[in-house]
Design a protein around this ligand. Structure first.
Ligand code: BGC
Length: 269
């Protein structure tokens, strides 16, 4: 636990927190004093390990199973969280997946699964969080905002991605969903922002970094010269959830080692 925790007394829900970026975000928020709900859908043992890691660091966490694309499961998760921690201050809409294929081979099921989890899941969780923020009311000694929502987006809310039309569409959708929610909710002192990670070394993109050839090819897209680590995103999430970023609303912070600088143009164009 950090010495001067920025999120003391606050409760955070991180969806898809039993691996990858979600795991690192859950651990980072807990290290800064938040009570954390580690949401998962498969691999309960991995969720339990995250809870244990947080407890070993002196933090507080529970795991809750819920499919973020199912309205009743999301509502039940919020009920369980509120029963345990009293309310919610921070939602990190992180759960996401890829089902890649060339367009002409993309089945409707793979289109819908990606949209349902990545986009509809964020809507369902945001809606329940906002209901609870409004019910609970302001607690000024806890945070100067009524609530904070962080949407996990991607550089692919900007960069088109052949072979990943469902995924890129879901991330493009997140951008406008996030901004519209931010515009609607800012007058109520609810801050909604996104993080746009680049290539982060997690299970979602193993093929892009697990061989030296693949990694070298990937690095040609990253001017900063290294693949991102989940902890790089955990740090951004803590800041975005804390009052230090109180004036941010409707913004995407890209943490991508410069991927969005279009490095192909450094020697061409
Ligand atoms: C994707 C990864 C990919 C990265 C950069 C992320 O949103 O999930 O698979 O490596 O974007 O292209």
């Amino acid at each position: 636990m950090n010495r001067n925790p920025k999120l003391k007394g606050q409760s955070a829900l991180v969806t898809g927190a039993n691996s990858g970026i979600g795991l690192a975000v859950a651990v980072a928020l807990a290290n800064d004093g938040a009570n954390v709900v580690v949401n998962y859908i498969t691999h309960p043992e991995a969720a339990d390990a995250v809870v244990k890691q947080i407890e070993d660091n002196g933090g507080n966490a529970i795991s809750i199973k819920a499919d973020v694309s199912k309205e009743d499961e999301v509502q039940s998760m919020f009920q369980q969280m509120i029963a345990k921690y009293g309310s919610i201050d921070i939602l990190v809409n992180n759960a996401g997946l890829q089902r890649d294929s060339p367009l002409e081979k993309m089945g409707l099921a793979d289109w819908q699964l990606v949209i349902n989890v990545n986009l509809t899941g964020q809507f369902l969780c945001a809606r329940e969080a906002v209901k609870e923020f409004l019910r609970r009311g302001m607690i000024p000694e806890r945070s100067c905002a009524l609530g904070k929502i962080i949407c996990m987006s991607s550089v692919h809310q900007v960069i088109p991605w052949a072979g990943h039309v469902n995924y890129a569409s879901s991330k493009g959708g997140i951008e406008m969903m996030m901004k519209s929610m931010a515009q609607e909710l800012a007058p109520k002192k609810i801050r909604v922002n996104s993080i746009g990670p680049g290539a982060i070394q997690t299970p979602i993109n193993t093929a892009a970094w697990s061989t030296p050839e693949a990694l070298n090819k990937l690095l040609t897209l990253i001017p900063y010269g290294r693949i991102g680590q989940p902890e790089d995103i955990g740090k951004v999430a803590v800041w975005l959830a804390s009052d230090e970023s109180d004036y941010l609303s409707g913004t995407t912070i890209f943490a991508d080692g410069g991927m969005l600088l279009y490095p192909g143009f450094s020697t061409n164009g």
